[in-house]
Write a protein that binds this ligand. Sequence first.
Ligand SMILES: Cc1ncc(COP(=O)(O)O)c(C=O)c1O
Length: 441
Amino acid sequence: MPTGVNSNARLWRNPRFCYVGPAAAASLFAEKAYGSHIWDVDGNEYIDYRLGFGPVILGHSYPKVSKAVADQVLKRGTVYALSTELELEVADRLTKAIPCAEMVKFSNTGTEATAHAIRLARAYTKKNVILKFEGHYHGWQDYLNFSTHPPYTTPEREPFPQSAGIPNEIKKFIIVERWNDFHSIEQTVKERHDEIAAIITEPIMGNAGAITPKPGYLKFLRELCDRYGILLIFDEVKTGFRVAYGGAQELYDVKPHIATYAKAISNGFPMSAIVGEREIMDTFGVGTQKANHAGTYNANPVSLTAANETLKILARKDVYRHMKKYCGRLCSGILQAARSANMPVKILGVPGLFQMLYTEKEEINDYEDLRNEITDFYVKVQYELLKEGIMIDADNQECIYTSFSHNADDLDKTLSAFKKAIDIASKTKYPATPPFVELSD
Ligand SMILES: Cc1ncc(COP(=O)(O)O)c(C=O)c1O
C-alpha cells in the first residue's frame, strides 16, 4: 500500500509530527475497540480521544447499535437497491432534529455529501463558483480539496490545491477567504455574487484546531447569502449530532440553506446525509434540468439501522449533558496543568470537540492565527500521553473528541496523564518559530 495507510490523515509519519520522539513517527495498528477504549496489536490499551476522527459519539461497539446491526446483517440482508420503511424513519428523525432539514437525501461519506451539496447549489442557482475558507476541509474531491492546510506563505486568497492531479482549470471555480473576516467576505461577495453559487463553511473549524465562529458571524453569512442569491452550506460532517442534537445550527441558532451530515449520525457506520430547504432540495431529480443523486450503497439498511438506533439514543439529550460535564472537567484540568507548568496553553472548541494549542496569540479566529503556534509542544504531549495509555491525535489541527462512554475513571486517568505529560513537555526547549514543513492532506 503506497504510504502504508488507507487515508492520508492516518499517517503519523508525516514529517510535521516527527520532531519529538520515535513513537510519534509511527502509525499504530489497531486490534479492537470497545466503549471509550482502544487496543493496539501489541496489546497496549488506550483511552480513545480520536474516536475514528469523530464518528463514535456513543462509544465503540455500543451494545444497542451493535445488536440492531448484527440482527440486520444476520437475518435481513445488507443491500437491496430498493426503498425501505427504515429510510423514511431515519429521514423523519433528521427533519425533526435538524433546524434547516425540510427534506433529506442519503449518501455514504462526508465527501459524497459535500459533492452532492455543491452540485445541488450549482443546479439551483445556475452559477458555478464556490466560496470556501482557508483551514476548512470538505472531503477529498477535486472541487473542494483546496486550502485546507496551505503553507502560510501562500498569497492570501490564492486557492492552494491539496493534491496533485486536480486540474488547474478547476481553480477558477473556487474563491478562498479567511474565516471570521466579515469585511473581506462582504467585499468579495459584492464584487462576484453573479458567479457565486454557494458559500460552504464548517460552522466550527473541525480541521484546524476547533476554532469557533465570532459572535454574529454565521448569521452574517446567512444574511449575506440571502441578499445576493447565494446558498449557504453548513458542512456539519464533524459538528452534526456531536456539538448538539441538531448540530452547530442548533447551537448557534442559524439556519443554512443546505447542510451535510455524516460521522456521528450513525456512531461509526458509513453514512451521510444532505439536508435542506424543500424548494432547493427539490432540485434533486431526474433529467438534464435536475441534479443527479446516485449511489449503490446510499441508504443501505445496515448504516440506516445504525443511524436509527444512534439517533434514538441521541434524541434523549443526556449524551450532550454528559459530554458537557466531562469536557468541562477535562478542559479545566488541562488548563490547570498548563498553568502550573507555566505554559501558555489555550483550549478552543466546544464540548465533544475541542483542541489544545500552545500559542501566545490572544485571539484565534482563523487558520492564519495558527501560524505561530508551537506544534512541537503538542506533539511531545501527545507522545507522553500515549505512554500513559491516553490517545489523542498526532495532529493538533484534528480535534480531541469525547463520547457518552467516557466515564469518571477515564477522566481521572486522563487528567493525571495530562498533568504528567504537560510537565515533561514544558521542560523541552522549543524554537520560537516552528520549522515550516509543507503538509499535504
Ligand atoms: C467537515 C468535513 N467534511 C467532510 C469530510 C469528509 O468526510 P469523509 O472522510 O467521510 O469523506 C470531513 C472528514 O473529516 C470533514 O471533517
